[in-house]
Write a protein that binds this ligand. Structure first.
Ligand code: ADP
Ligand code: MG
Ligand code: ZN
Length: 530
């Protein structure tokens, strides 16, 4: 983004929330998502010291209940155990700015290949610490991924951020998440942007201080501290749907290479009484560029239809009401029960996402999965965890999956070791001979042909030898110099790491390892590992 457009955006931020001018000097934009923009700002403390803050400007259309929930997660669960806290919150009309301590952090993709195994282990331990904390509060984060888990490698500091999609467990301690649970079943209509109720304690009275002078050195007196006060305010009678995506249910089919995958909502449809009906599909793009047909569905569950085992959806199914299941998050990090729209999702979904991060760390591949939609994401999971295992697990949460091809579960260590070797060889290839370059290119080609969806981020077209076969690769790999001077501990990854990975990527959410259990996993037994 150009300097001009950023300074223009900063001006807009000041205009939207004029109180900020008196307190903060906004320096740059550090993040932009669908629901917010995040800025780096400096404020002068009473002590005379300048301090950095992160200012999260929520999009003005954010639902008040959503904003209140995000704030309450930060104020109640944040500030401890690697969970980001909140300092202040400002509101002016429909604009809300959350002020957090600033944590300078690395870009995960940039450091992935230089992390030692011990650093990776430390990263996971600290992530579990944060997850244990929020799960104790009955918060399901729903969007656990590296960009929401800030890591300052130098300071060894971590912070889980972004409760913008969080939901509560049935016994959540976050009152505003309970409000969301109730509200999300209601209708979705536009909220009144002039009347956003936000927790009183956290909001700057917008009518007073109209000064736009930039004397931010006097700031402390003009802001209300975000304390751990009770927030019970929620007024708007109408609301806007904040769960973003539509829930398409029942038959969703997609062709993934040679296999076809289908998720069918139970109870099963009576196959014998199906009648031909008009077909209508909602095409969506998938990774391979082909078209996946997603379906809106439900209606009287007893009505039988014609589209079972077809990749098209009948009008009966199109007329069915949609099953309500939260579907927030990023496809590559979504747990199988999220992908199949299991209605009762628990904190276990965050543990799955943590498992995907661990898979990236162990394999050196990020993003590990890059599916554009849920059916492809599920197909990708199947090729690693096995089709039978996936089908079996789906049964436990009431979903029937059919898959045209049986896929065996992969050994996690061989998978990760294989991918990591490719990465290591490639990174060193600048100093390598042409021959070695060819080898690594061949290896990459092999991995990609095995697992078609891996992101090509470590591979350039010119390096790929079109004549390279798997045999070439294997003979070359055998000849490869196995002596690597600095393996950063990656040559000694203990079995415990793969055991933990296996427990995180447990297809069954009810047996998947919890954050508290993960912290006690033998992998983190320091006497053994140091
Ligand atoms: P969104 O809902 O738009 O994803 P996030 O809360 O995840 O918003 O923030 C977006 C990005 O802004 C983060 O990925 C991170 O890079 C940066 N960011 C957010 N909070 C902080 C913070 N407290 N300190 C430093 N950077 C932050
Ligand atoms: Mg985010
Ligand atoms: Zn149908």
């Amino acid at each position: 983004m150009s300097v001009e457009s950023v300074s223009g955006e900063i001006e807009k931020l000041y205009a939207a929330v004029p109180q900020l001018r008196n307190i903060f000097y906004v320096m740059s934009k550090i993040g932009e998502g669908t629901f917010s923009s995040v800025y780096l700002a400096i404020a002068r403390l009473k002590s005379g010291e300048d301090k950095k803050f992160a200012l999260k400007h929520l999009i003005p259309t954010s639902h008040p209940a959503r904003i209140a929930a995000e704030l309450q997660c930060l104020t109640l669960a944040g500030g401890e155990d690697n969970v980001m806290g909140v300092k202040y919150c400002f509101r002016n009309n429909d604009h809300v700015v959350i002020v957090m301590p600033y944590l300078e952090h690395e870009c995960f993709a940039d450091i992935l290949h230089s992390l030692s195994f011990d650093e990776a282990k430390d990263y996971m331990y600290n992530l579990f610490k944060a997850l244990k904390r929020i799960h104790q509060f009955g918060i399901v984060h729903r969007d656990v991924k590296p960009s929401n888990f800030l890591y300052n490698r130098h300071l060894k500091q971590f912070a889980l951020v972004d409760f913008g999609l969080a939901q509560g467990t049935p016994d959540t301690k976050i009152e505003q998440l309970k409000v969301l649970q109730v509200k999300k079943q209601g209708s979705c209509s536009q909220s009144n942007p002039q009347n956003i109720p936000v927790p009183r304690e956290l909001v700057q009275p917008s009518s007073t201080k109209q000064s736009v002078k930039r004397h931010w050195s006097h700031s402390e007196t003009q802001i209300n501290k975000g304390n751990r006060g009770k927030e019970g305010l929620l007024g708007g009678p109408t609301q806007r749907c904040v769960f973003g995506e539509r829930n398409f249910n029942v038959h969703s089919t997609v062709s993934n290479e040679n296999s076809t995958l289908k998720v069918v909502k139970q109870p099963k449809i009576d196959v014998s009484s199906r009648k031909l009906a008009a077909k209508k599909t909602v095409p969506t793009k998938n990774t391979s560029g082909s078209v996946a047909r997603k379906t809106a569905s439900t209606g009287p569950a007893s009505v039988t239809c014609d589209c079972y085992a077809r990749d098209q959806v009948c009008t009966i199914c199109l007329a069915r009401s949609r099953q309500v299941a939260p579907r927030a998050g990023t496809p590559g990090f979504r747990a199988p029960e999220v992908l199949t729209k299991c209605p009762n999702q628990t904190t276990a979904i965050d543990m799955w996402s943590a498992g995907i991060i661990f898979l990236s760390l162990l394999s050196g591949r990020y993003h590990f999965f890059n599916a554009a939609d849920d059916m492809n994401a599920l197909a990708q999971i199947m090729t690693i965890r096995g089709s039978k295992e996936t089908i079996q697990a789906a049964k436990t949460f009431g979903k029937t999956i059919t898959c045209s091809k049986e896929l065996p579960a992969k050994n996690l260590r061989s998978l990760c070791d294989g991918l990591r070797t490719v990465n290591t060889v490639f990174i060193e290839s600048a100093e390598q001979s042409e021959m070695q370059k060819k080898r690594s290119a061949l290896q990459i080609k092999m991995m990609e042909s095995q697992d078609g969806w891996f992101v090509h981020n470590t591979c350039t077209e010119s390096l790929v030898d079109p004549t390279g076969s798997r045999d070439d690769l294997e003979s070359l790999a055998e000849k490869m110099d196995t002596e690597q001077s600095n393996m950063n501990g990656w040559d000694r990854v203990p079995d415990d790491a793969y055991h933990l990975l296996d427990r995180l990527l447990d297809m069954n959410p009810s047996t998947r390892i919890t954050a508290a259990e993960a912290m006690l996993h033998p992998l983190f037994n320091t006497t053994e590992n140091s």
